[in-house]
Design a protein around this ligand. Structure first.
Ligand code: CTP
Ligand code: MN
Ligand code: MN
Ligand code: MN
Length: 383
């Protein structure tokens, strides 16, 4: 056995952003169980309970050793009583009766089914469940009113719940890059989200668009969307206008929502990834894109969710940090900033609440430096 790990002597840092969390780790069975509990709590509207299970799962992902006895966790932070019970059950029996019961429950399964529709959150899914709906077909039977987003989500349900692979994400990035360069040479497109953290597949493709001369990015997203649309790449899109007031407005940085705000111009879209038949090898995707007529044969093309975001160059490092995720990592980064450093961090910038100054940064590394944190690579942010 390897030397007694430091972590067993109380060395695990309390904030996720102080830890390195790789994609592959040593406690997958335990973290799967805890994440099921977190999801179930979220389905019940218990966000505090959900966060507790989620934090427990995150800390286990960061341990460079496999948990074998519950006593090993006594000095590990963020593992509450209920999480410990689940872990103990798992260690003793190889499974947790409580988790299995959740997984088999009608409510959990139905909530999962409904929340997997693009545009459907816990609130709506819960209403449908209360009304007695149990299947996707029930939505039509009961003539449930759906907005455009949900209609698209239902129409492309299968595709949108099929993982997006890296080569598909790269093919889409390339298509967007071509459109962007056509409009504004020098503008850049960056693949972020889970793929930047090294995930081999994901639920969508997250792209940031910027231009090195400040101001040149303005209006870019809108024009990119219209090009992509005319090229037949878009099955659905909805643009959210930039609503950003002046960053100088202090209210923006002291309000309760200051750390979660994100006012960039953005587009939620569904791409039409053309003619996939037999072309699932690296790189080959780019030429195949858009090759289909899009009129049906589900085996020939695939619908893929894409998030497009336009950011000014001066805010780009903050946007990159904010959109790389994971969500758990982001949440703790912002919590750490506020409570340990008296700073507000969001996807637009970093503001010192006591000195009342902005801390500009030209890279993610500089943001970590401002916060007095060791730099954590994107691949180590899989909390
Ligand atoms: N994000 C955000 N505002 C939104 C949606 C997402 O700031 N309205 C950020 C999240 O904080 C997250 C990142 O965008 O860090 C990526 O979110 P998402 O695509 O949902 O998750 P991924 O980590 O990319 O996972 P997946 O591979 O499943 O897409
Ligand atoms: Mn994503
Ligand atoms: Mn996304
Ligand atoms: Mn299809």
């Amino acid at each position: 056995a390897p030397a007694e790990p430091l972590e067993e002597k109380g060395q695990v840092a309390p904030y996720i952003c102080q830890r390195r969390t790789p994609l592959l780790h040593h406690n997958t069975a335990l973290t799967d169980a805890l994440e099921t509990m977190a999801e179930e709590a979220r389905f019940c509207g218990s966000d505090v309970r959900s966060l507790a299970f989620s934090r427990a799962a995150s800390v286990l992902k960061s341990l460079p050793w496999r948990v074998k006895r519950i006593q090993q966790l006594h000095t590990v932070p963020c593992v509450g009583e209920h999480s410990q019970r689940i872990i103990q059950e798992m260690l003793e029996d190889g499974m947790s009766a409580e988790v299995e019961q959740v997984r088999q429950s009608e409510r959990y399964r139905t909530m999962k089914l409904f929340t997997k529709i693009f545009g459907v959150g816990v609130k709506i899914a819960s209403q449908w469940y209360q009304r007695g709906l149990r299947t996707l077909a029930d939505l039509q039977l009961h003539q449930i009113k759906l907005n455009l987003e949900q209609q698209a989500g239902l129409l492309h349900y299968e595709d949108l719940n099929t993982p997006v692979e890296l080569w598909e994400a790269e093919a889409i990035s390339q298509v967007v890059r071509k459109a962007v360069e056509q409009i504004s040479p020098g503008a850049t497109v960056t693949l972020t989200g889970g793929f930047r953290r090294g995930k081999p597949c994901g639920h969508d493709v997250d792209l940031l668009i910027t231009h090195p001369s400040e101001g040149q990015e303005m209006g870019l997203l809108c024009r990119v969307i219209s090009i992509l649309d005319s090229q037949g790449f878009l099955l659905y899109h909805s643009t959210h206008r930039n609503s950003l007031p002046s960053l100088e407005d202090e209210e923006l940085w002291v309000s309760d929502h200051s750390s979660t705000m994100d006012h960039f111009e953005r587009c939620l879209s569904i791409f039409h990834l053309g003619d996939l038949a037999g072309s699932n090898q690296g790189g080959a995707g780019a030429q195949k894109l858009g090759a289909s007529t899009g009129s049906g044969a589900s085996s020939l093309w695939k619908a893929v969710r894409v998030d497009l975001v336009e950011t000014p160059y001066s805010q780009f490092p903050f946007a990159l940090l904010g959109w790389t995720g994971s969500r758990n990592f982001e949440r703790d980064l912002r919590r750490f900033s506020k409570h340990e450093k008296k700073m507000t961090l969001n996807s637009h910038g970093l503001y010192h609440l006591e000195q009342k100054i902005f801390l500009p940064a030209a890279s993610e590394e500089e943001i970590f430096q401002h916060l007095g944190l060791e730099y954590i690579l994107p691949e180590e942010r899989n909390a």
